[in-house]
Design a protein around this ligand. Structure first.
Ligand code: BTN
Length: 241
């Protein structure tokens, strides 16, 4: 069971859990209808107009580097499963953007707190639910569930569907299972595509050949196959083949 900590508005659900983790418990979820300082990956801002599902989950147990790398993929796979349950056909752009009709409808930001060792890990998820449109500068790459289906979604209902899907995948992961990777491979949007990316501040390009059993991206640059760890990769461009 996840205890939900609800807000009408907050700066960032991720920041709330980072600041308060010492007085909270494993699996607590911070949920807000609006964020005034929502954070995206690579220092970007994550804006919303009060029409999204915005939440973060706190992890305090079984923390290690392996889990920190698996969590973005586990979260993305659970979002994809949630959307399948709602009648969509999502794709996953590794490591964890979820796409509907080639446009992003969900972002995931995993953050760690390490004062001594790894003290807490937080998975923050934003799903575009009920927007009718997006600003011109992002309209070509962003979508919402409402734009795709014409329906209106209740954030708390979608959250509860997500938590059920997440818990199933997480239990499987804790038993040593890899269902989350199977799901990601099934819905993998980059397979066979040529990509440009930045890895440890180095520019690489090549063809995506798949995802290995640790969740790393397999990139063939014509000379060798690189195994790229998610946290270190920034996809610059994707070309369709
Ligand atoms: C991305 O850049 O794609 C990641 C976006 C993550 C946004 C979510 S919304 C809920 C949680 N709180 C935040 O401040 N960020 C994440």
């Amino acid at each position: 069971m996840h205890k939900i900590i609800p807000f009408q508005s907050i700066d960032s659900t991720n920041s709330y859990l980072k600041e308060n983790f010492k007085s909270l418990a494993e699996g607590n979820v911070c949920f807000s209808l609006h964020q005034t300082g929502g954070k995206g990956r690579r220092g970007r801002v994550w804006q919303d107009e009060g029409k999204d599902l915005l939440f973060s989950i706190l992890f305090l147990e079984g923390l290690n580097e392996k889990f920190a790398l698996a969590l973005p993929l586990l979260s993305g796979a659970a979002v994809a499963q949630t959307l399948v349950g709602l009648g969509f056909d999502p794709k996953i752009k590794w490591p964890n953007d979820v796409l509907l009709n080639d446009k992003k409808c969900c972002g995931i930001l995993v953050e760690g707190v390490s004062e001594t060792s790894i003290d807490a890990i937080i998975s923050g998820i934003g799903i575009n639910l009920n927007e009718d449109s997006f600003p011109e500068d992002i309209a070509y790459k962003a979508t919402s569930l409402h734009i795709q289906s014409g329906l209106t979604y209740d954030p708390e209902e979608v959250l509860s569907l997500f938590l059920k899907e997440f818990d199933e995948l997480y239990e499987d992961y804790k038993r040593g299972g890899k269902r989350y990777l199977t799901l990601i491979r099934e819905r993998f949007s980059l397979l066979g595509k040529e990509v440009y990316l930045n890895y440890h501040n180095e520019n690489l390009s090549g063809t995506v050949e798949g995802i290995d059993d640790e969740g790393s991206l397999l990139l063939n640059d014509g000379k060798m196959v690189h195994h790229l760890i998610s946290g270190e990769v920034s996809l610059e461009k994707t070309y369709k083949r």
